[in-house]
Design a protein around this ligand. Structure first.
Ligand SMILES: [Mn+2]
Length: 322
């Protein structure tokens, strides 16, 4: 493909001409990578191409109702044009990473500022509130029909990545796209009910257990919760049920940073950080070998919960308040 075409047009042209396309979701898939990839999958499948979906992890249960979610494969093969959507780094593409690094043709569609452009063609738009906005643009560009199923998928990407249209990078065009998706048949009430207003009994029990572990440090104002393997098994909960529980910490009035220690094995913990405002938590996570965004980051540490907590608090004091 010649570079005389603008990148989105070049990507549209390449997808139009490809016979086989493998769409890649990021590991630990969220609503945006799922909605965007499924929408692209449904739209390209209607063109009678050989289109497949790959993700190294399964879709979380609350998204399993999405059209096409049951077609996601967890084994990678690369005899097709690759497309990653919402994958900030090649390391998030599971087994596809090796193929991409060794030069397999790969289109990258993303909106993360940290994306360095690891593909053959890279469409990275930092201003987009969700990758779903870019896939919407792509389908319009390709004159592909946006069916009610596709509208549902794109709406899920938008509504989850924008925090229900409330995060500061939500832009007027995000809402115009959402309005258009509703006109095209997106079942927005039912989608939001399934995603935001319904949870399993196991997860509800896990929230209760996590809240009872809450402790608050005073200097700085850090809320800490711990989820152990024992708590997971007592609640009948799974690792994916820990998602978003950290929000209960950061939503406490006056709290600046929230931390969640989530035990993975006897001595291994995943540590998540959230910031309520001006305190940046990416630097704290980076100092411990992790990474992430200004207000949301994480790392993995070994040791006892007590040791890890003191390491983490020290990192927050030394790096987050600079
Ligand atoms: Mn996204």
């Amino acid at each position: 493909m010649k570079s005389s075409l603008r990148i989105p047009d070049a990507i549209a042209a390449e997808l139009t001409h490809a016979d086989a396309v493998r769409i890649i979701l990021h590991r630990a898939p969220d609503g945006d990578t799922l909605g965007s990839c499924l929408a692209l999958y449904l739209a390209l499948s209607a063109l009678e191409k050989n289109v497949t979906l790959y993700c190294t992890d399964p879709a979380p249960a609350q998204y399993s109702f999405l059209p096409g979610a049951n077609r996601i494969e967890n084994r990678f093969s690369s005899s097709a044009l690759l497309v990653t959507v919402d994958c900030a780094d090649v390391s998030m593409t599971g087994e596809a990473a090796a193929a991409i690094k060794s030069g397999a043709r790969c289109l990258v569609i993303d909106h993360h500022r940290s994306n360095q452009g690891y593909g053959t063609l890279n469409w990275i738009d930092y201003e987009a509130a969700a990758a779903a906005e870019l896939v919407y643009d792509l389908l319009v560009r390709m004159s592909l029909p946006i069916t009610p199923d596709i509208a549902d998928c794109l709406y899920v990407g938008l509504v989850t990545d924008t925090g229900r249209f409330s995060f500061d990078y939500t832009r007027p065009v995000s809402m115009r796209i959402a309005a258009d998706l509703i006109e095209r048949g997106a079942h927005f009430t039912e989608l939001c009910h399934r995603i935001f207003r319904q949870r399993s009994l196991a997860k509800t029990r896990l929230i209760a257990a996590a809240l009872s572990s809450l402790r608050v440090e005073s200097e700085p104002r850090v809320a800490v919760m711990t989820i152990t393997l024992d708590m997971l098994s007592r609640c009948g909960a799974s690792h994916e049920d820990t998602e978003a529980i950290i929000n209960y910490g950061i939503e406490i009035d006056g709290i600046e940073v929230a931390v969640l220690l989530h035990q993975f094995s006897e001595s291994e913990y995943k540590v998540s950080f959230r910031s309520a405002g001006d305190v940046r938590v990416d630097t704290a996570a980076q100092s411990l070998g992790g990474g992430g965004h200004f207000k949301a980051s994480g790392c993995t540490l070994s040791g006892s919960a007590q040791e890890i907590l003191s390491t983490v608090l020290r990192a927050i004091r030394e790096h987050a308040y600079r």
